[in-house]
Design a protein around this ligand. Structure first.
Ligand SMILES: Nc1ncnc2c1ncn2[C@@H]1O[C@H](COP(=O)(O)OP(=O)(O)O)[C@@H](O)[C@H]1O
Ligand SMILES: O=C(O)C1=C[C@@H](OP(=O)(O)O)[C@@H](O)[C@H](O)C1
Ligand SMILES: [Mg+2]
Length: 171
């Protein structure tokens, strides 16, 4: 059991949702996925929100959701890849009592893990590799700014990443 929460940050395809779920089972705590919580509250999926309300509309919903989720104790939270974009969100992560873990992943592996998936509006573009590379340039320093630990996921199966997280949080 853990008292404080674990917040996973990192780019699309880092495995935040996959690893978050596995980690929550390993630690026997509740798992929350910011994107799924936003969808449940909105009653619509992420592509619909981007389509109808634009990225800023989605970011407003994301900020409101993070304000609630970063206050919760004893959960594992998978954030969305853009959760660190707003200064207010970074402050909430930094000031929370939880441990923030950056799942660092190369652009090549981000692409390999996301290219078939149509549910990420930002990647429905003719050059998703260029999009991911550009996002990483902007966001990598922001993930580093908010994180307590950085774990690389390249060429590791999810179970290995989960074990590494368990090891660092016990230190
Ligand atoms: N360590 C890993 N190795 C290989 N594939 C992975 C790994 N982590 C996640 N995946 C796969 O990559 C895809 C994206 O993972 P997901 O958990 O949705 O990432 P995120 O939430 O960070 O965008 C999924 O199909 C998932 O099964
Ligand atoms: O990187 C981003 O800006 C986004 C990442 C997505 O979550 P994942 O990182 O779980 O794919 C989701 O929040 C939305 O499509 C926007
Ligand atoms: Mg996810």
């Amino acid at each position: 059991m853990i008292k404080t929460s674990i917040f996973l940050v990192g780019p699309m395809g880092a495995g935040k949702s996959t690893i978050g779920r596995l980690l929550s089972k390993a630690l026997d705590v509740e798992f929350k996925d910011s994107d799924r919580e936003i969808e449940a509250r909105t009653g619509a999926d992420i592509p619909w929100i981007f389509d109808v309300e634009g990225e800023e509309g989605f970011r407003d919903r994301e900020s409101a959701m993070l304000e609630e989720l970063t206050q919760q104790n004893g959960i594992v939270l998978a954030t969305g890849g853009g959760a660190v974009l707003r200064e207010k969100n970074r402050r909430m992560l930094l000031q929370s009592t939880g441990a923030v873990i950056y799942l660092y992943t190369s652009v090549e592996q981000q692409l390999a893990r996301t290219f078939r998936d149509k549910r990420r509006p930002l990647l429905q573009n003719e050059n998703p590799q260029a999009v991911l590379a550009n996002l990483m340039k902007i966001r990598d320093p922001l993930y580093r700014e908010v994180s307590d630990y950085i774990i690389t996921t390249d060429n590791k199966i999810p179970r290995t990443v989960v074990n590494e997280i368990c090891r660092v949080i016990q230190q």
